[in-house]
Design a protein around this ligand. Structure first.
Ligand code: SF4
Ligand code: SF4
Length: 356
């Protein structure tokens, strides 16, 4: 491993988990509700490579430079709640939706010297040019929505948007005015995503749609790739809308709240049952401990008691289910059905039972 590879690996090893506990204000303007639902439900284990993680870090580092530049031209910038080192942040809809702004500023001529939300971004040249041509609402709608939410939560009428072109260091500024109607629509959209027990509508009926081609969830959405096993994809869990905004998730199976930390390691939970709409099979029967599915040829595939663990459900086919020897060995030795890819990685000499 050369030095650059070591630097990337270090970034990967020290990255925060990419699955955030709450739905973020920074993404609610995304056009695809299904993508937002998958994000909130941790449907995929998303991992960023070291180069990309460093790129995100570059964006954060630039914030300090932009704040410094504003201060030097007389803007009074507050990054934190007075007397603390805590960012201005908001948590709503039971604590499942929220965000933190980059700061508040006063003294900008463009907003009549009133207090405004400050939002800083960095952008590659081609996006920057489109921003200059069309403005933030049209060319960076997610940023526009994000600022609308911060203004609504902070009870302010203006946001000041300052963007750096990463290629040339040119700066772009725009003032965004508060839009109550949009704010209400965004809260409604977030509530729908958080309270839906099933994936929401796709942005397009065609998997070749340009947004689908760029989507991290393309595999689970269109290609029957395995959905991650964790509390958020489990039939037994519900996000609670509690008045103290604590972001609670309730597990009906164990009659308990499951903390974010425990949700992160819940792939090992023996009681996980998939939310049926996440699997590409027809539901035949269900009870508290198992769900019976029908494969296209009518073979039963049981998820849960008397059947298969959730992680095995993606590797089943009639041949595997009807292979008595395989299933007896699995029962006696506590085995797990895995994909041929996983099996070959573990031990290339072993027989591949299922070549799906
Ligand atoms: S692949 Fe397309 S439809 Fe599916 S979640 Fe992504 S953007 Fe939405
Ligand atoms: S059954 Fe297990 S995976 Fe499902 S919600 Fe409860 S603790 Fe989480």
């Amino acid at each position: 491993m050369d030095t650059v590879e070591k630097i990337y690996k270090y970034a990967e090893d020290h990255a925060d988990s990419t699955n955030r506990p709450h739905l973020g204000a920074s993404i609610i303007g995304d056009q695809c509700s299904r993508k937002l639902w998958y994000t909130f439900r941790w449907a995929s284990e998303r991992k960023f490579d070291g180069r990309l993680l460093r790129l995100f870090q570059t964006g954060h580092l630039e914030e300090d430079r932009l704040i410094d530049a504003l201060k030097k031209v007389g803007v009074n910038v507050s990054q934190f709640v007075p007397g603390t080192k805590t960012q201005f942040s908001w948590s709503v809809i039971g604590g499942h939706f929220g965000g933190s702004c980059d700061g508040k500023g006063q003294g900008l001529e463009e907003v009549l010297k009133k207090v405004a939300i400050l939002e800083f971004k960095t952008m590659a040249g081609k996006y920057f040019q489109s921003l200059k041509k069309d403005g933030v609402e049209k060319s960076q709608y997610k940023h526009y929505c994000q600022m609308t939410l911060y203004m609504g939560w902070a009870n302010l009428s203006y946001a000041y948007y300052l963007v750096k072109n990463k290629d040339t260091d040119e700066l772009y500024q725009e003032v965004v005015e508060y839009d109550q109607e949009l704010f209400d629509k965004l809260i409604h959209k977030a509530t729908k995503i958080i309270t839906s027990q099933n994936p929401l509508e796709r942005v397009s009926g065609k998997k070749t749609f340009y947004l689908c081609n760029m989507c991290d969830f393309r595999g689970v959405c269109w290609n029957n790739e395995s959905v991650a096993v964790n509390c958020r994809t489990c039939l037994h869990s519900t996000p609670e809308i509690d008045s103290e905004n604590r972001g609670l998730w309730r597990c009906e199976k164990y009659n308990a709240h499951v903390s974010t930390e425990k949700q992160r390691v819940s792939s090992k939970c023996p009681s996980h049952l998939y939310i049926p709409s996440l699997l590409p099979y027809e539901v035949d029967d269900t009870n508290g401990n198992s769900v019976v599915y029908l494969l296209p040829d009518g073979t039963e595939a049981i998820n849960g008691d008397g059947g298969y663990k959730s992680s095995e459900m993606w590797h089943l086919n009639p041949e595997v289910i009807k292979d008595e020897t395989l299933n007896e060995l699995r029962d006696v030795f506590g085995g797990t059905i895995v994909s041929s890819e996983t099996l070959n990685k573990t031990n290339p000499e072993r027989r591949v039972f299922n070549d799906k």
